[in-house]
Design a protein around this ligand. Structure first.
Ligand SMILES: [Zn+2]
Length: 70
């Protein structure tokens, strides 16, 4: 059964496009303790991660919400 999640449509802060925040994605977020909605669509987030990986740790990342430090 559903566990309270519903597919939603969010606006990407990067490209301004609408994107689906699917139930699976919401579960993924919840499992990792994220309480905020994603700000980027999948394409932008993938690009963001790739850019971050490519640039190493030298660039300060303003949006650290996707990282949880333990
Ligand atoms: Zn986007």
């Amino acid at each position: 059964m559903a566990n309270g999640f519903k597919p939603r449509v969010l606006i990407c802060s990067e490209c301004g496009e609408e994107f689906a925040f699917t139930v699976a994605a919401q579960e993924y977020f919840a499992e990792r303790g994220y309480t905020e909605d994603p700000k980027k669509c999948k394409a932008c987030y993938t690009q963001y991660k790739k850019t971050k990986r490519d640039s190493g740790r030298s660039t300060p990342v303003s949006s650290s919400r996707y990282q949880i430090r333990k």
